[in-house]
Design a protein around this ligand. Structure first.
Ligand SMILES: Cc1ncc(C[n+]2csc(CCOP(=O)(O)OP(=O)(O)O)c2C)c(N)n1
Length: 373
């Protein structure tokens, strides 16, 4: 179904979400129609934030908001759904539009398999009525479902459209750009060169895929790297746990701006714990590049000041390779908690592959490697 028709039938004028590749037609449509616009469209830091913003919108307007997200974000919404939206608490209605990664029977990446299996069940358990939108769903069917949904929404209930791959389409081509020149893959290659034999924990999305391919290209093993293929926003906390327990080695975290925003409290805890051997590199393209390039709010954020305020002892922002190399060398030799923000262009190679080792193999190699440090 064309996304324009879908949005018309859903009939809401406020959307908040975290972008998803499977919902690219919807995300691109919202960006073209509204951009980022406080009255109609806000891209939030995590899916729980979306629920809270949407709840505030409903309290203030009495109208029904929409939260859009990948099913990976279900964990992030469970707390506000159970303790804010639920009929046993405030009975706040909203519509969820959820991209269904890892749908049973559809091949997908390891981090999506289990989440895909439990997607509908979790919604049922949370009292959210769900309808699976497919390529075959007609406008009449959707209109019927929305009529039923309106009855539930009036009672303060929550409803969802779980969107199968290819169910929505949007004809316009949308390209996201910024003013920076460094490519994420080049930045990661510089980190690999300077980090040498140190362990690296990399964030979800293309950063981990690029790290894997750089090791292949350089003929290096993958034992140095823990690829956080899911758990967006948590790689820096994994790195903290490793760094505390391996105090005699430098531990590197390769993070993304969207991931940092998603669980920004981690910065405060890392800063307060202050392991002297942790280097946190935030590759900031101001975008959720992995899922299509839709913006984050990080482009104008002062990440260096945030890090210093949280207790990092060294923090610097770089936007070219010469300054990047210098900052990486300082971090390698410095004793103290470091953050490097690397300003980065939006984009990646078209032929970027995916890790050819399984997640369990990746973990086992990494654990064996850590034992020797
Ligand atoms: C909880 C959760 N929500 C959404 C996603 C979908 N997702 C995967 S990567 C990504 C964007 C990550 O952005 P950023 O950290 O800035 O890295 P970039 O892709 O720009 O390198 C998103 C939204 C996810 N994996 N998990």
């Amino acid at each position: 179904m064309k996304v324009e028709k879908f949005v018309e039938i859903v009939g809401s004028d406020f959307y908040t979400g975290v972008p998803d590749s499977q919902l690219k037609p919807l995300c691109n449509y919202l960006m073209m129609k509204y951009g980022i616009n406080k009255e109609h469209h806000i891209i939030a830091a995590n899916e729980g934030n979306c629920v809270a913003i949407a709840a505030g919108y409903h309290l203030a307007t009495g109208k029904i908001p929409v939260v859009y997200m990948q099913n990976s974000g279900e964990g992030n919404i469970i707390n506000p759904v159970a303790s804010l939206l639920s009929g046993k608490v405030y009975a706040i209605p909203m519509i969820f539009i959820i991209g269904w990664r890892g749908e049973p029977g559809v091949p997908d990446e390891p981090q999506h398999i289990f989440q895909g299996e439990v997607t509908i069940k979790l919604l049922e358990d949370m009292g959210i009525q769900a309808f699976v939108l497919t390529k075959e769903t007609t406008e009449d069917k959707l209109t019927d479902i929305m009529a039923q949904y309106r009855g539930l929404l009036e009672l303060g209930r929550n409803v969802a459209f779980v969107v199968r791959k290819g169910a929505l389409s949007y004809d316009a081509k949308v390209k996201y750009e910024n003013a920076y020149c460094m490519k994420r893959e080049e930045i990661i290659e510089h980190i690999v060169q300077v980090s040498g034999d140190d362990p690296i924990i990399s964030t979800t999305g293309k950063a981990s895929r690029e790290l894997f391919e750089i090791r292949e290209k350089l003929g290096q093993g993958h034992q140095y790297d823990f690829l956080t293929v899911g758990s967006m926003g948590h790689s820096s906390s994994i790195a903290l746990g490793v760094a505390i327990n391996k105090p005699n080695t430098k531990v590197w975290c390769i993070d993304g701006d969207g991931a940092v925003l998603m669980h920004m409290g981690a910065l405060a805890v890392i800063g307060a714990t202050a392991p002297e051997n942790l280097v946190h590199v935030v590759i900031n393209n101001g975008a959720h590049e992995t899922v299509g390039g839709m913006p984050t709010v990080a482009e104008s954020l002062d990440i260096v000041s945030m890090a210093i305020a949280c207790g990092y002892s060294y923090a610097v922002s770089v936007d070219n390779t010469r300054d990047l190399e210098r900052a990486l060398m300082t971090a390698k030799t410095n004793v103290g908690l470091c953050l490097i923000e690397a300003k980065c262009a939006i984009g990646s190679r078209d032929d970027l592959g995916r890790p050819t080792t399984s997640a369990i193999e990746n973990k086992n190699m990494f654990v064996e490697y850590l034992k020797g440090l």
